[in-house]
Design a binder for this molecule. Sequence first.
Ligand code: NAP
Length: 362
Amino acid sequence: GLLQSVAREITTTHVRLVDVDAKQAPGALAEGVLAEMFAEGGPVVVGYREGVRVTPRLRESPLVDAAMTPLGLGPSSVVLLTGGARGITARVAVALARRTGCAIELIGRTALPVGPEDPATAAAADPGALRQALIGSGLTRPAQIEAAAARLLAEREITDTLAALGGQAASVRYHAVDVRDAAAVAAVVADVHARHGRLDGVIHGAGVLEDRLLRDKSPESFARVYTTKVDGARALMAALRPETGFVVLFGSVAGVFGNRGQADYAAANDALDRLAHSWGERVDGRVVSVDWGPWGSEATGRGEATGRGMVTPALEREYARRGIGLIDPDEGVAALLRELGAGPAGPAQVVYMCGTPEAFGG
Ligand SMILES: NC(=O)c1ccc[n+]([C@@H]2O[C@H](COP(=O)([O-])OP(=O)(O)OC[C@H]3O[C@@H](n4cnc5c(N)ncnc54)[C@H](OP(=O)(O)O)[C@@H]3O)[C@@H](O)[C@H]2O)c1
């Protein structure tokens, strides 16, 4: 993910990741590396296995009918979703509750609002109107206005998600916790076991974007994007009991193909894919990374003001230009339920996208 993004950003430099077989004779290994150094074009990632050159490739597979797949979850089951109060993970949480009636536990950094929203801002439905209302209420510094608007939009989204879950889930609890804090994540998992006596499955959807070309990116920014996904996944896995029925890590096509301006995000998502492949034995159920292409902007069904997920209108236009379609939110949710229904035998990594690998630069 990292090097594929680097290759897209620094097009004047030949970039190649050569995965070598340490058991190979040094002479043959050196020959392979030399050949890759001077090869024209070709894939960024290659490997040598028993002297044979291999390259990763996607394999298309047919979809099965999501409605037909039993999930093995019911009203006594419990599912924990990081990032599940907002964006596309919230959409999955609501669908899981609707379909199975299970208990839902959510993790996110935003604190729950303590009371109803101030009437001075409550009527401002979209971000523009909200900024105006905040200026009207006395805020003057742009950074202050942006931060206040982002917080209010996040709070509204969480409130909407909790309301949508209320009538469907056996119970709902929101934990204001940063997934990078391993002790806090362990405490949430312990609390779930203490209250429910079980935890059937986990979906790790927490993620942040700070897109910028690698040359303009600070180590701190890279770390925030990378650790939210990777340290968060590690914290969860360390806390889970072996009897966990499934662990789903939300990855991205950026991790599969790399992406300009997303070296950090691509590295993180690729790392999640590797972790899913290596964690299969850690729990009884399936561990799978689900690498999403971009979802449609109505990802949570709440329109422009909140809950559009990570895909901004500008990104949408860029995808359209490259011939990349957006995942219909209902189909995205159905795809995930289908994966959960596949049971422990399913693959450790799947990619869902509306476009050919070539459209993503693969
Ligand atoms: N939307 C897409 O088209 C798309 C495509 C490919 C992959 N994905 C993946 O799907 C997941 C959700 O994406 P989205 O579009 O729904 O994004 P989103 O709307 O920005 O939601 C991200 C969620 O993660 C939470 N979060 C961020 N940092 C956290 C932290 N340190 N600790 C706990 N929670 C944290 C956020 O809540 P707080 O801000 O309250 O913490 C929010 O609930 C991400 O992993 C993303 O990489 C999405």
